[in-house]
Design a protein around this ligand. Structure first.
Ligand code: DX5
Ligand code: ZN
Length: 217
């Protein structure tokens, strides 16, 4: 079984509560909450206050917060108090402070994820694998929804999965960006067990059927 985390970046942001309930009714187990700061990535989204309202409106959902920001450790406590369950930061955002960032996020009580951009070698995160609850392999360059999946992502997922198996580790292996009914099955076959879908889900004629296809992978 593969879990689905729905990225609300492509949802109707004026009606977020309803959009999350709709995702949940379709079988999504998590809401993927993309935080962009206009600095680490060239776009700005939403911060902790919006998450706090969303958590209050739909408390039963698991909130998977993806921080595409500089200084993630500085802001992690705000997202934790707002209701985050998982907080994922970018390896590229914290040169020389990876370990420290993991510890800081762990201290908030949230589960810890680390993400790598398409140009970062999967081997870069191997030294930290045993400290992570989630490894996010980006399928696109972060910053925007609706981009085309980068094919080499599949091989990168397989490399992370092989290393996890070799060491007996079982973090979530998540893929985010460009996941749809065609690319999702390829990621799952390579070892991903948590797929993020934004534009494919919210743009689908039949999102429930699409979600079912993903969950049965
Ligand atoms: C990209 C974001 C993704 C994005 C996924 O920077 O991190 O979560 O919303 O959107 P789709 O599924 O449309 O590629
Ligand atoms: Zn994301």
């Amino acid at each position: 079984m593969t879990e689905l985390s729905v990225s609300i970046l492509s949802a109707d942001l004026a009606d977020l509560g309803a959009e999350c309930r709709r995702a949940m009714a379709c079988g999504a187990t998590m809401v993927h909450y993309d935080v962009m700061d206009g600095h680490f990535v060239p776009n700005i989204t939403y911060g902790a206050p919006v998450l706090k309202c969303l958590k209050k409106a739909v408390p039963e959902m698991v909130y998977d917060v993806h921080l595409m920001i500089s200084e993630p450790a500085r802001y992690a406590p705000d997202f934790a108090s707002a209701g985050a369950d998982f907080i994922t930061f970018h390896y590229e955002a914290v040169p020389g402070a990876v370990e420290q960032t993991i510890v800081s996020i762990r201290e908030t009580g949230c589960r810890v994820g680390m993400s790598i951009n398409p140009s970062t070698s999967p081997q870069a995160i191997f030294p930290y694998l045993d400290k992570l609850d989630l490894v996010l392999v980006m399928g696109v360059n972060p910053g925007f929804g609706g981009q085309t999946f980068i094919p080499s992502t599949v091989r990168r997922v397989a490399e992370v999965k092989a290393e996890c198996d070799r060491r007996g580790l079982s973090p979530y292996i998540q893929v985010d960006g460009g996941v749809n009914a065609v690319t999702g099955p390829r990621c799952a076959a390579a070892g991903a067990n948590l797929l993020v879908m934004g534009s494919a889900f919210f743009g689908a004629q039949d999102p429930a059927a699409l979600a079912k296809t993903i969950r049965e992978l």
